[in-house]
Design a protein around this ligand. Structure first.
Ligand SMILES: [Fe+2]
Ligand SMILES: [Fe+2]
Length: 185
């Protein structure tokens, strides 16, 4: 089965909530790639396709995914915390849990990255480390399933309803500058 790692971007910086939602689809896709490679190859020698897919997915979680976390923690959540809407106030405790989950996910991604880099460097991963990689990836998949569902189904709809156009544009502009590109891109 081919390992699909690309997809077209559907939203732009004028629709930051849509962009965050799109990022979730990329997180799911790249995590699926990591799980697929780990389950397929079990620490053994990688095919060229598996090697490229592993490298690309590790790079995504090292480079792009932390920007998504910053989009939420530095741009979205602070504005929601300042918002007076009852729907948003009801989510304050949820946002704290989401931030704690970001810390757990970051720790797990660090371990996945170390193991994945080792695999790419040495060509094989010893059985104990291969098993550990699968265990951490399974934990990450479970964490994201719950985490992304909470953000997609509760936080983002409340944000879309509560944020002003000015706040939305400000979030989009911050997200763009985090990526070093003009907000109109
Ligand atoms: Fe999040
Ligand atoms: Fe998220």
């Amino acid at each position: 089965m081919p390992i699909v790692i690309g997809a077209k971007r559907e939203s732009n910086f004028t629709d930051p909530i849509g962009m965050l939602w799109d990022c979730h689809r990329r997180i799911e896709r790249f995590l699926g790639v990591l799980v697929h490679v780990a389950e397929q190859a079990h620490g053994e020698a990688l095919s060229e396709e598996q090697r490229g897919a592993l490298d690309t997915a590790l790079h995504y979680f090292r480079d792009a995914a932390p920007k998504h976390t910053a989009d939420e923690e530095e741009s979205l959540f602070p504005r929601l915390r300042r918002n007076g809407s009852a729907d948003v106030r009801a989510l304050l405790a949820r946002m704290e849990s989401l931030e704690e989950e970001h810390v757990c996910a970051e720790r797990s991604h660090g371990e996945v990255d170390s193991l994945g880099q080792l695999w790419l460097r040495d060509g094989r991963l010893p059985p104990e480390q291969s098993l550990r990689l699968l265990t951490v990836l399974t934990q990450l998949r479970d964490l994201y399933r719950h985490h992304i569902a909470t953000e997609d189904n509760e936080v983002f709809p409340a944000a879309a309803a509560a944020l002003s156009d000015f706040e939305r544009l400000a979030i989009g502009s911050e997200m763009a500058s985090r990526r070093g590109i003009p907000a109109s891109a």
